[in-house]
Design a protein around this ligand. Structure first.
Ligand code: COA
Length: 186
C-alpha cells in the first residue's frame, strides 16, 4: 500500500456523530492525549496499561496502535468533540475474523455526558457496514459500572461474569473477574 493509499484509507475511516469526530490517531496527538488523560490514575484504573509517565510514552503507544491498524488487526480513533480542538479520548476496535472487540477511554473532565456511548455506536456501525463483522464483544472490570453502562446504552447484551479474565495492573497483578458483553450484528 502506498503512503497516499494509506493516508486515504485512514481518512475514509474518519467518522462524525452529532457531537464528535472520530479520526485516525497521529503521533502529534501524543501531547494532547497525555495532558487530557493518559497520566491520570483514575482514568487508567481499569485499563490494561498503567498511567503514562510522559508524552513520549503516549507517542510510543500511538505508534503501536498505528502499526496494528496498518495490518487490519485493529482500528483506532481519537475522539474529538466538534466544538473543541484537542482530542479527549480514544476508542479501538480489535478484529479477529468476523469478530471484533471494543475498548475505550475518555478524559475525566468529559465523563457523564454520554460521549462514549455515542462513539461506541459509531464504531459499531463501522464494524457492521465497512467490515461486515458479525459479533462485537467487550468486557469491563466488575468494579467499573460506568463502562458497563456505556455498553448497555450502546445496545450490547450482558452475558455474565468471566472469572480471572483480564489483568488491570493499576489495581493488582493477577487477572480479575470481568463483566462480559456482546452485540450480534448479523
Ligand atoms: C467508562 C467511560 C468511557 C464512560 O464514558 P462516558 O462518556 O462518561 O459515559 P456516560 O456519560 O454514558 O456515563 C456512564 C454511565 O455510567 C453511569 N455511572 C458512572 N459512574 C457510575 C457508578 N459508580 N455506578 C453506577 N453507574 C455509574 C453514569 O450515571 C452513566 O449512566 P446514565 O447515563 O444512565 O446516567 C469513562 O468513565 C472512562 O473513560 N473511564 C475510564 C476508562 C475506562 O474505564 N474505560 C473502559 C475500560 S473497560
Amino acid at each position: 500500500m502506498s503512503h497516499q493509499d494509506e493516508k486515504q484509507g485512514h481518512a475514509s475511516r474518519t467518522m462524525r456523530t452529532q457531537r464528535l469526530e472520530l479520526r485516525h490517531p497521529e503521533l502529534e496527538d501524543a501531547q494532547a492525549l497525555f495532558d487530557a488523560y493518559a497520566a491520570d490514575p483514575q482514568v487508567t484504573r481499569y485499563l490494561v496499561w498503567r498511567p503514562h509517565k510522559d508524552a513520549t510514552e503516549t507517542r510510543e503507544f500511538l505508534a503501536l496502535r498505528r502499526a496494528l491498524s496498518s495490518t487490519g488487526a485493529s482500528y483506532c480513533w481519537v475522539i474529538r468533540k466538534l466544538d473543541e480542538t484537542s482530542p479527549v479520548g480514544m476508542i479501538e476496535l480489535r478484529v479477529s475474523g468476523t469478530q471484533g472487540n471494543v475498548g475505550y477511554v475518555l478524559a475525566r473532565s468529559h465523563w457523564g455526558h454520554g460521549i462514549m456511548p455515542e462513539a461506541v455506536v459509531s464504531v459499531v456501525e463501522f464494524a457492521r457496514s465497512a467490515l461486515s463483522l458479525q459479533i462485537i464483544s467487550s468486557c469491563c472490570d466488575l468494579e467499573n459500572p460506568a463502562s458497563a453502562r456505556v455498553l448497555r446504552k450502546a445496545g450490547f447484551d450482558y452475558l455474565g461474569v468471566r472469572k480471572s479474565h483480564f489483568a488491570h495492573p493499576a489495581i493488582s497483578h493477577g487477572a480479575r473477574d470481568v463483566q462480559f458483553f456482546e452485540l450480534r450484528l448479523g
